[in-house]
Design a protein around this ligand. Structure first.
Ligand code: PMP
Length: 420
């Protein structure tokens, strides 16, 4: 049976605003405990309204028409780019390329920059902490180019082993691909230190997967120092199908296009074509303007909360969850201590398969993820086929943690758990 909720929610310790009320799916189902925001986040009404408003008042194909409605659509799309760029600390707005999300952004870098710059005998470094989206494109590029893929290993508590990274870097290293925050363990990686190591020991470019950092931490691309940063709108309160790649102007300008077609050209001759300027060179075809507008509304929502508050809210939920989960006999948590983590906790429980655990929790109205989290190289190193993962966001509170713990205890009961 699902627990009911009190009307007043807490955010960052203050009994103030009812965040949950901003999210129609959650507001309509008070017994639902959504703990899978690392997979995708729920959407506030303001985001849904912004998308609807675009279609009701400004819908036309951007960049294509001389009439006022098309100009309005173009303005909406560009304003969204500006707002999202500001949120992510990008001064050169045209260096934010809209993509379908992180996966497409990383494939763009591997296919465009990678194909042009990686050759036989070169080396590409990825980490054992990567989502498949920042592992497989590099692995495939290495196979195609007969380059060597090298994997940075982890410390026993799920942090990147920076000594290992140092040892892998050399004059043949072309790319170092790593995430800012791990989706599987929540590890927050020290980007500035990693960038410094790369610069000191190689001429490689740095490719940072920001799918799990843009939604949860204050991020400034201009100060991070990485060459590329990829993100997904749907994990940061925005719609599915929109995200982006941020790069440095000189690098992006020197890169060949990833896809070809409408809008990305300057002149098409019978034999040759020249390319449009940034960001259009990398945005072939009709852009996803409505969802860019939706993501802009999501960013506005997060800005109003303040990313420092978002982080500290998740930290306080995380430390409570950690304390409660550690009290459960037979439960094992993976990854660094709560302070070195964003709002993600990955765990297994003796004898109960993570999928069974997730199914039983679902019966209690608690949504968690079970599986390899698109991180099979990591699961091999943890020596488990799968983990259960709970992840928190702005609309979660202590009642969600209580429901999680109650659900796990229920699973123990069902499986007749006997302490060993
Ligand atoms: N990287 C990380 C760290 C992720 O968590 C995800 C989504 N689970 C991705 C990449 C891929 O993002 P998307 O599916 O939005 O392209």
């Amino acid at each position: 049976m699902r627990a009911s909720r009190s009307e007043v929610r807490t955010f960052n310790g203050a009994r103030d605003v009812n965040r949950r009320a901003d999210f129609p799916l959650l507001a309509n189902d008070p017994g639902l405990h959504y703990l899978d925001s690392a997979a995708t986040s729920q959407k506030p009404a303001s985001v849904l309204d912004a998308i609807r408003d675009f279609y009701e008042t400004s819908n036309a194909n951007p960049h294509r028409g001389a009439y006022a409605l098309s100009v309005r659509a173009t303005e909406c799309y560009q304003q969204a780019r500006q707002r999202i760029a500001r949120f992510l600390g990008v001064r050169d707005v045209d260096c934010l390329i809209f993509t379908r999300g992180t996966t497409e952004a990383l494939n763009l870098v591997a296919n465009s920059w990678g194909r042009a710059h990686v050759s036989h005998g070169d080396e590409i470094v990825v980490t054992a902490l990567e989502h498949h989206a920042n592992f497989v494109p590099w692995q495939q590029l290495a196979i195609e180019k007969q380059a060597r893929l090298r994997v940075c290993e982890l410390s026993s508590d799920g942090r990147l082993d920076l000594d290992c990274l140092r040892g892998l870097l050399n004059s043949r290293t072309r790319v170092v691909a790593f995430n800012h925050v791990s989706n599987a363990l929540g590890t927050i990686n020290p980007v500035a230190e990693i960038v410094e190591l790369i610069r000191e020991n190689s001429d490689a470019i740095s490719v940072c997967d920001g799918a799990q950092s843009a939604p949860h931490l204050p991020v400034s691309f201009d100060t991070l120092g990485v060459d590329f940063y990829a993100f997904s709108g749907h994990k940061m309160l925005g719609p599915m199908g929109i995200g982006g790649l941020i790069g440095k102007r000189a690098t992006l300008e020197a890169m060949p296009p990833y896809q070809t077609g409408g809008d990305m050209i300057e002149f098409v001759g019978d034999e040759r074509t020249t390319w449009n300027v940034l960001p259009h060179k990398f945005e072939a075809g009709t852009p996803n303007a409505a969802d860019a507008v939706g993501l802009s509304a999501a960013v506005e929502y997060l800005e109003a909360l303040g990313m420092d508050r978002v982080l500290s809210h998740e930290r306080s939920l995380m430390s409570r969850a950690q304390t409660r989960l550690e009290e459960i006999e037979g439960l094992r948590i993976y990854g660094p201590p709560a302070l070195g983590r964003s709002g993600v906790v990955s765990f297994t429980m003796n004898d109960v398969h993570p999928h069974d655990l997730a199914t039983i929790l679902d019966g209690q109205g608690v949504c968690i993820r079970a599986g390899h989290h698109c991180a099979q190289p990591l699961m091999r190193r943890l020596d488990v086929p799968a983990t259960a993962r709970a992840s928190f966001y702005v609309y979660n509170d202590e009642a969600d943690i209580d429901a999680l713990v109650t659900g796990i205890m229920k699973a123990r009961e069902i499986f007749g758990y006997v302490p060993t």
